[in-house]
Design a protein around this ligand. Structure first.
Ligand code: 2AM
Ligand code: CA
Length: 267
């Protein structure tokens, strides 16, 4: 599979930032025993990755805007295009030496995300999509396999992943009502800690569905186009299109999406 010039730009940037992140992740594993912990080190790794991504993406598409989780906010001369970037999604996992984290790069044109890339440097899992052109997966062994959401139609067969409120973040009572309601109906409920990878794993069919609240645009942008191009229905928790504005998401195939939306609304 030959990727477009646009995807090649995104892949090159992600691989470059990913090499450094992977090296830093190796260091973090050794820092667990120090009293101060690796927090400052991780913040530095995060910033360094954003700086690499910004430099690479702006060099390749000079006019585009750029919004990054670590605070970069550039308005470009071409105001129709904006990169929406999370240099390290799943920071808590990274900090704890858990190899489930990702670089997420979305490209928004006007109000639509038209391209997305999610890359886990620890496993080299890479998920890419362009609007209208399908979604593709590659890793160390597999090259560019087309992705498709899982075909399971019943909640009773579904393995569902979610995000959960945690210390100082989100509505704990609502989270508990929602997880209880879903738990009672599904084959399994999971919490992996990276919104980007949760969406990517729905696209590959590993998870049947994913929902979460209290997210930021950079957690979601790339994953929205990747999941959609793999055949997922992706909406906010009202069943509408305001995922980025409301910071919430539900992604699944049509049948599971319909039933899960009903379950969540009733919770
Ligand atoms: P992060 O690792 O880049 O912070 C976990 O539920 C998901 O929520 C992760 O993708 C995490 O991204 C994201 N998230 C967004 N805002 C967050 C916050 N304020 N605290 C913790 N996780 C947050
Ligand atoms: Ca994030």
């Amino acid at each position: 599979m030959l990727h477009s010039a646009l995807l090649n730009v995104m892949i090159k940037a992600a691989r470059k930032a990913g090499r450094t992140l992977k090296r830093d992740f190796g260091e973090v594993e050794h820092l667990q025993v120090s009293l101060k912990g690796p927090a400052n080190f991780v913040t530095a790794a995060d910033r360094k990755a954003e700086e690499t991504l910004r430099a690479e993406l702006i060099a390749a598409r000079p006019g585009y805007g750029f919004i990054g989780e670590e605070g970069t906010n550039i308005t470009g001369s071409d105001t129709t295009h904006t990169w929406i970037v999370d240099p390290l999604d799943g920071t808590t996992n990274f900090l704890h030496g858990i190899p489930h984290f990702a670089i997420s790069i979305g490209l928004k044109r006007e109000d639509t995300v038209v391209a997305g890339l999610i890359y886990n440097p620890a496993t080299e899992d890479m998920f890419v999509a362009e609007r209208g052109k399908g979604a593709f997966f590659s890793d160390q062994r597999l090259r560019d396999q087309r992705m498709r959401v899982a075909a399971r139609r019943r909640l009773a067969d579904a393995v569902v992943t979610c995000g959960l409120p945690h210390l100082g973040h989100g509505d704990l009572a609502l989270g508990q009502r929602e997880t209880s309601a879903v738990q009672a109906k599904v084959a399994g409920l999971r919490r992996f800690g990276s919104a980007a990878l949760d969406l990517a794993w729905v696209a590959t069919g590993r998870f049947d569905a994913y929902w979460e609240r209290s997210l930021q645009p950079w957690d979601l942008a790339a994953g929205i186009v990747i999941a959609r191009e793999a055949g997922a229905i992706v909406t906010d928790l009202d069943g509408k299109e305001a995922m980025l504005e409301r910071g919430e998401v539900l992604a699944a195939n049509d049948a599971i999406h319909r039933d899960l939306l009903k379950t969540l609304k009733a919770a």
